[in-house]
Design a protein around this ligand. Structure first.
Ligand SMILES: Nc1ncnc2c1ncn2[C@@H]1O[C@H](COP(=O)(O)OP(=O)(O)OP(=O)(O)O)[C@@H](O)[C@H]1O
Ligand SMILES: [Mg+2]
Length: 297
């Protein structure tokens, strides 16, 4: 799968903060536009199929704080469609109606301000770990020396071992290791928005918890806004500051919940009664959705 080309960065770069206040209001602080706005967004594909309908949400800019938005919903409800609209990837982009704004501007296509990590391991088979991670820097014309230094730094940050893993090819890696490479490839470019489409869906439960811990520490450092699609309610609640629950086709946001951020390691926090309580609440909601779909409501 291809990644958004970094070349369109300028076109989709987040807008600078609003113009300075006029003399009439000298002390009013400049307010940055929201990171992402969806205003009654509908996507109908060429074949007439409507994947999402009237989806609206706003994710505000929170300087100095990263926000983690989890997206849950039944298969086919349009979760990937939402991510790809943010990423500016066709055929999901452009929306059929409604407005998608990134940093206050219309999305015109992919850009380096948005990084995407897919479920299927999206590395280049013919490049080593190091060369996969430094690929985006190469596209930006960064010198070989600097690419090497930064890629090796990122190999360590995502929990791989420089001496052991840097020269390996993707087929020599486990699924978890490949996702670590995919995450490093994306984060090395410092995107403002990180789009993750079921990145841990194919991993065993223990690896998944370790990956969640790694993601928490990385995204705190990255100060980016993360949109994270998952089928795991535990994962959505653990990682998320807020959780959007989508209805089945056509996808609409059924519920938005604020949830406490990850304050303990994944394994520990996901055993706590107060955590389980939130998970059960969402599970009941999702199950009632599924049964009302079965009933044809
Ligand atoms: N190019 C396309 N043309 C027509 N329909 C499409 C196209 N791409 C996706 N769809 C349909 O749009 C709906 C939403 O797809 P999407 O991939 O966003 O779902 P999803 O929520 O990510 O599902 P999953 O959890 O299985 O990944 C699905 O019914 C899908 O079949
Ligand atoms: Mg999907």
């Amino acid at each position: 799968m291809t990644e958004p080309a970094p070349s369109d960065a300028a076109a989709a770069k987040p807008a600078s903060p609003a113009a300075p206040p006029t003399s009439a209001a000298p002390s009013a602080p400049a307010v940055a536009p929201p990171v992402v706005v969806f205003d009654r967004v509908t996507k109908t594909f060429d074949n007439g199929f409507t994947a999402i309908k009237d989806v609206s949400f706003v994710v505000d800019d929170m300087p100095g704080k990263m926000e983690f938005v989890s997206i849950l919903g039944p298969s086919g409800c349009g979760k990937s469609t939402v991510l790809r609209l943010i990423a500016g990837l066709t055929p999901h982009h452009p929306a059929s109606s409604g407005i998608v704004l990134i940093g206050g501007r219309n999305v015109v296509g992919p850009g380096a301000d948005r990084g995407m990590v897919f479920q299927d391991y999206s590395s280049f088979d013919n490049r080593t770990v190091e060369d996969n991670i430094s690929f985006g820097l190469e596209c930006r014309g960064v010198s070989a020396d600097e690419r090497r230094t930064r890629a090796r730094e990122w190999i360590g940050k995502v929990g791989l071992n420089v001496d052991r893993d840097a020269a390996k090819y993707p087929h020599q890696l486990s699924g978890g290791m490949r996702q670590r490479v995919a995450i490093a490839r994306s984060l090395i470019l410092g995107p403002r928005i990180i789009l993750m489409d079921e990145p841990f869906g194919a991993l065993d439960p223990a690896t998944r918890l370790r990956m969640q811990d790694m993601l928490v520490s990385l995204s705190r450092e990255a100060q980016a806004t993360v949109f994270f699609v998952t089928h795991s309610i535990e994962e959505a609640v653990y990682l998320g500051d807020r959780v959007y629950v989508f209805s089945a086709h056509p996808g609409t946001i059924l519920k938005e919940m604020r949830v406490p951020g990850p304050t303990f390691p994944a394994k520990e926090m996901q055993r706590k009664p107060e955590f389980m309580e939130i998970v059960y609440e969402i599970r009941d909601l999702v199950e009632s959705l599924e049964s009302s779909n079965r009933a044809g409501d």
